[in-house]
Design a protein around this ligand. Structure first.
Ligand SMILES: Nc1ncnc2c1ncn2[C@@H]1O[C@H](COP(=O)(O)OP(=O)(O)OP(=O)(O)O)[C@@H](O)[C@H]1O
Ligand SMILES: [Mg+2]
Length: 270
């Protein structure tokens, strides 16, 4: 018997605005994700990638279709089930500094989801968990009372990842988690994410406009173009044998201006 999907997105459409001014940001998008699978979502700016992530998280209303999580329509969950879902699916953002509350220390930022969603834990337990995670992300214990602006982009992204991981999510949505970072830091963050994936067995949706990164970390890839899926398949074959004209264009757009740098970047990803 085949394993039931962890997540199914069924016929999702999202329309912004009304009448002549309306924009169909997603048009009948369907796919599923198995437990432990890493699915890449690629496409140019404005094709609907973030809208798709936001719809899965219920931050965006869908005009049509449904999102099924472990066999249940997420729009029909009880309050209790919604709370459980908020622990199970976590998001990492494109701009790491933007995503962190500037008025909280990093220890507070990492611990906050537990204060909100794990009332059974004591304050001491929560603080200990946060500090353990901070250290396992490669930060120093002495940095715990510092504020986000005192960290580099890569460090901020590690803090954001720690905050997402503290709830032990079953699905991590990564919305362009490295595109704002320096090339040398990109590989570190991607390797960190892949290590976490290995250790926890969680599933991932990895959003990117960069097919060369996606190829190395994803099992399957879905190509979005103007809100529609134009191609979906295993990462290697999409890369070596793209079927759709748009996918070919996307592949040609991989920055070859500096091939040596590109090679170095890919080599740094495990
Ligand atoms: N809240 C909103 N109201 C109106 N239009 C929106 C809204 N959010 C997104 N859009 C539009 O929907 C389309 C898809 O946006 P989305 O942010 O999902 O794209 P994206 O693929 O994530 O792009 P990028 O790679 O630049 O992050 C865009 O045309 C965008 O302008
Ligand atoms: Mg986006």
């Amino acid at each position: 018997m085949s394993q039931a999907p962890l997540l199914s997105v069924e016929n999702i459409s999202v329309i912004f605005g009304k009448g002549d001014q309306s924009l169909r940001a997603l048009n009948k998008v369907s796919f599923s994700l198995k437990q432990g699978e890493v699915l890449g979502i690629v496409g140019e700016s404005g094709c609907g990638k973030s809208t798709l992530a936001r719809t899965i998280l219920q931050l965006q209303h869908a005009n049509e279709g449904k999102v099924i999580w472990k066999g249940q329509d997420i729009s029909k969950l009880s309050r209790q089930q919604q709370k459980a879902l908020r622990k199970q699916i976590q998001l990492i953002f494109q701009d790491p500094l933007d995503a962190l509350n500037p008025r909280m220390t990093v220890a507070q930022i990492i611990a906050e989801p537990l204060y909100n969603l794990a009332p059974e834990l004591s304050k001491t337990e929560i603080q200990q968990k946060a500090l353990r995670l901070l250290v396992s992300m490669g930060l120093h214990i002495e940095q715990q009372n510092r504020y986000p602006h005192e960290f580099s982009g890569g460090q901020c992204q590690r803090i954001g990842i720690a905050r997402a991981m503290i709830l032990k999510p079953e699905l991590l949505l990564c919305d362009e988690p490295v595109s704002a970072l320096d090339v040398s830091i990109q590989a570190q963050i991607i390797n960190l994410l892949m290590d976490l994936k290995e250790q926890t067995g969680m599933s991932m949706l990895f959003i990117s406009h960069d097919l060369s990164i996606v190829r190395h970390i994803c099992d399957r890839v879905l190509v979005l173009y103007k809100g529609e899926i134009v191609e979906m398949g295993d990462a290697e074959s999409i890369y070596t044998n793209p079927q759709h004209t748009y996918t070919k264009k996307l592949l040609n757009a991989i920055p070859l201006a500096d091939p040596a740098r590109e090679k170095q970047r890919i080599a740094a990803i495990k």
